[in-house]
Design a protein around this ligand. Structure first.
Ligand code: GLP
Length: 235
């Protein structure tokens, strides 16, 4: 637990830097407000000499049904927030192939791509208020694979999609089983609005009603929190 968001973000950037120092680093990237601060810390770290030129990256999830290049897509978000301000090569950032017409093929082909890269060394994760990781909403199986999912009303509201006429209703997410195959995982949460969810995920029972709780079963999962997000945990 760290006192403030900036300390959390720079601690996570250091974990990424340590991974990047290894040969052929493969990093799982997440999006969202929490990760925006981590991206800022990575940009700062890049300005102090960290190169992301050798990184292969896989996006954790992506909306389904947006036109190619739509600025709301997670691919565009990562392009703006990380690719343009650093030396992370755009061609080495993979996203779930949401443009494939055969929906059933999206997950298996993305997983084959991850396997071909040697698997993920470090998976970054935020957490939704309902305990989702990626878009694995409550009820997701701990062995679920990359697939098309329906977004819950609460997730659509949290991500501002319910205020858009054409806001996506579905997404592709790495499954919980896929995420658990990463060699190491860093779950990041900041802010008082995440405290109750963090307490359930970290200290509650491992239960599909809180998908992030499956991370308790991962041998190398670190949870990086600010004081507000850690408020529901015993000191
Ligand atoms: C989205 C993403 C998740 C992310 C979560 C939390 O729904 N699919 O990967 O972890 O929201 O986002 P935020 O950091 O904005 O609270």
């Amino acid at each position: 637990m760290l006192p403030a968001v900036a300390a959390v973000s720079s601690a996570v950037a250091e974990l990424v830097a340590a991974c990047v120092a290894e040969p052929h680093p493969v990093i799982g990237l997440a999006t969202g407000a929490t990760m925006a601060s981590v991206d800022d810390a990575l940009i700062a770290r890049h300005r102090r000499g960290l190169s992301l030129a050798g990184v292969t990256a896989f996006l954790l999830d992506e909306y389904l049904g947006l036109p190619l290049g739509d600025e709301r897509s997670f691919r565009s978000e990562v392009q703006r927030r990380l690719v343009e301000p650093t030396d992370l090569p755009a061609e080495r950032v993979a996203a779930p192939p949401v443009e494939r017409p055969d929906r059933a093929g999206i997950g298996p082909s993305y997983e084959a791509q991850i396997r071909a890269a040697g698997g993920i060394d470090l998976q970054l994760l935020g957490i939704g208020r309902n305990g989702h990781i990626g878009f694995n909403e409550p009820g997701s199986s701990p062995t679920s694979r990359t697939r098309v999912v329906d977004l819950t009303p609460s997730t659509r509201a949290a991500n501002g999609l319910d205020r858009m006429a054409d806001g996506p209703r579905q997404a592709v997410t790495m499954g919980l089983g896929t995420i658990l195959e990463a060699r190491s995982i860093v779950l990041v949460a900041t802010g008082a609005h995440k405290a109750e969810t963090v307490a359930r995920a970290v200290a509650g029972p491992v239960d599909p009603s809180c998908p992030a709780s499956v991370l308790q079963q991962h041998p190398r999962c670190q949870v990086v929190l600010d004081a507000s997000a850690a408020a529901g945990l015993a000191p």
